[in-house]
Design a binder for this molecule. Structure first.
Ligand code: ZN
Ligand code: ZN
Ligand code: ZN
Length: 159
């Protein structure tokens, strides 16, 4: 997505121009709050109101967000090494290509698997080749689902 101009006028263009538009994430260059999200000032008032920078960019580049929809960071969802939280580097990303409006339930499901335990009920680690993410954000343990390539039941019973 090539974006050069924003809807809205006021100081919006100035803020948008100050973003470094790389091939990857676009870290918000302005105020970033403790939780890791960028905050964008609204209007040109001396004491502006603020809103989340990624939502601000999405609304001005893509359009209004429908009721019941939330903006999800695709770069975070796709980075399985990121466990989220305040240290998540994706929260401040405002690249429109990394932002997707999804139903609230999808967003919650995508977030929940990260805060759940790091292993399946059999103690297999949800990581690397042993992890598959369902479309709704749930996790699948590959070993439980498709069998463990390392174990050989016959040799185990003979021992
Ligand atoms: Zn990103
Ligand atoms: Zn992240
Ligand atoms: Zn398992």
């Amino acid at each position: 997505m090539k974006v050069h101009a924003l809807k809205g006028g006021d100081k919006a263009q100035e803020h948008f121009d100050s973003i470094e538009k790389t091939d990857g994430c676009w870290p918000w260059p302005g105020w970033v709050v403790e939780s890791g999200y960028g905050r964008a000032p609204l209007g040109a008032n001396a004491r502006p109101r603020y809103k989340y920078a990624h939502i601000w960019v999405y609304e001005r580049v893509v359009g209004p967000i429908s009721a019941g929809m939330q903006i999800d960071h695709l770069c975070h969802t796709e980075d399985l090494s990121c466990w989220g939280g305040f240290d998540c580097p994706h929260r401040r990303c405002v690249n429109p290509d990394h932002l997707e409006a999804v139903p609230q339930l999808t967003n919650i499901a995508r977030q929940q698997w990260r805060v759940r335990r790091p292993t399946c009920s059999q103690g297999h680690e949800y990581a690397g080749d042993n992890l598959k993410i369902r479309k709704d954000g749930g996790r699948i343990c590959i070993r439980c689902r498709y069998g463990d390539p390392d174990s050989n039941p016959r040799s185990a019973s003979a021992a």
